[in-house]
Design a protein around this ligand. Structure first.
Ligand SMILES: *Cc1c(COP(=O)(O)O)cnc(C)c1O
Length: 407
């Protein structure tokens, strides 16, 4: 008996043939049943195990900035994995150093800026949470402000920061000190004073359904944080790396934060996160206060360098702004009573639906060869690769139009 025959024999014995059944028997019950079994991707398209093609307008939730199997990422990862994949943080590596300097430049953190690498968005926010704890200014500060409905990740610190009580509730107690407020000028002004150590904000609340902050809110937050010695910490895990039509969403507002957290789009599919600090915030962490074995290893930093240099070389930040405008025009041009307001910025778009049918519409889109995401029951989230052009937009218009018509 060959190994393959032995394996299929075993599977036959256990009575499990279908991948959905195997998934449901083997994977932890933390997520909903998968929508398809994907086996291959190229550019803005992916294919499932039955050969069905999908136009991918979710990009692994704003992760695959360059789409799938981009030659620059394939080359960088292939070269680096054959050279040196991991060294631990007892050692430096050229891609790590290059990426840190690149992030300082792109974020505008300048010469005083510093970068801490980690492996995910939640970990970047954990690092930022610890940074906030260090901003004591003599031991009087304990309060951290964050927004209702915000999402900062699933680890305990990130859960404490997230403004979704239902996500937190089964896991209480979480680290103390975080207060959630409404995204209004009055709420922010009332809550902030010299007992606050940090304010955490997403420039666009992606997981909440692509909700924009009120106009001027980031500038007011910057002003109040500066006045009270509070760290302004922006979570750009979803909005960063060009997605909104600027490298980072705060650049639309002409402000700089004290720290920004990054992940998703900077790695193009490899797991990497980063905390970038600005000015005096760069002096808070001291030796031995934080770290992670894999963090910033040569393999993932080589991938991120390839992603960010392709975004720069191919003008994909400008492309995100331009294609985002075109996508908005397509969306508002559909003759469908279902489509309400269109939110978000650049290529992070929330389509507000006039009825709670987002899951049905997502399924209809999938039946028509299109991947979009139901961020909640009345919002479709679009976050396509930053490389989309005329052909992908035309294909989106056709496939989404069919989905609307089939509903
Ligand atoms: C996705 C996301 C996170 C969590 O990132 P993970 O890599 O899933 O841990 C945190 N903040 C925001 C704004 C996100 O969109």
């Amino acid at each position: 008996m060959t190994p393959t025959e032995a394996r299929s024999d075993q599977m036959a014995d256990s009575g499990i043939h279908d991948w959905r059944e195997r998934f449901s028997a083997a994977l932890m019950r933390t997520i909903a049943p998968p929508l398809a079994m994907l086996v291959r991707g190229e550019g803005c398209y992916v294919w499932d195990d039955e050969g069905t093609e999908y136009l991918d307008f979710l990009a692994g939730i704003a992760v695959n900035s360059l789409g799938h199997a981009h030659p620059a990422v394939v080359a960088a990862v292939t070269d680096q994995v054959g050279r040196l994949a991991h060294v631990s943080n007892y050692f430096a590596s050229p891609p790590q150093l290059e990426l840190a300097e690149r992030l300082k430049r792109l974020t505008g953190a300048g010469p005083a800026g510093r970068v801490y690498f980690c492996n995910s968005g939640a970990e970047a926010n954990e690092a930022a949470f610890k940074l906030a704890r260090l901003n004591t200014k003599g031991g009087r500060r304990t309060r951290i402000l964050s927004l209702h409905d915000s999402f900062h990740g699933r680890t305990m610190g990130a859960l404490a920061l997230s403004g979704k009580p239902s996500m937190r509730e089964p896991f209480l107690p979480v680290p103390a000190g975080v207060e959630h407020i409404d995204a209004t000028f009055a709420a922010l002004a009332a809550a902030i004073d010299d007992t606050v150590t940090a304010v955490f904000l997403e420039p666009v609340q992606g997981e909440a359904g692509v909700i924009d902050l009120p106009a001027g809110f980031l500038r007011l937050a910057r002003e109040l944080c500066t006045r009270h010695g509070v760290l302004l910490i922006l979570d750009e895990v979803q909005t960063g790396a060009g997605r909104t039509g600027e490298w980072f969403a705060y650049q639309h507002e002409g402000i700089l934060p004290d720290a920004v957290t990054l992940a998703k789009g900077i790695g193009g599919g490899l797991p990497i996160g980063a905390l970038v600090t600005f000015g005096a915030a760069s002096e808070l962490f001291q030796r031995g206060q934080h770290g992670s074995t894999y963090a910033g290893n040569p393999l993932v930093t080589a991938a991120a360098n390839a992603v960010l240099s392709a975004i720069e070389a191919d003008n994909l930040v400008a492309n995100a702004a331009r294609r985002g405008d075109q996508l908005r025009q397509i969306l508002t041009g559909f003759d469908s009573p279902l489509i309400g307001e269109v939110r978000g910025r650049g290529l992070l778009i929330g389509v507000g639906l006039t009825e709670p049918v987002a899951n049905r519409l997502t399924a209809a889109a999938q039946s028509n060869g299109l991947i979009v995401n139901a961020a909640n029951e009345s919002t479709i989230r679009l976050a396509p690769p930053l490389i989309i052009g005329d052909a992908e937009l035309a294909d989106f218009e056709r496939r989404f139009g069919l989905a609307l018509a089939n509903l």
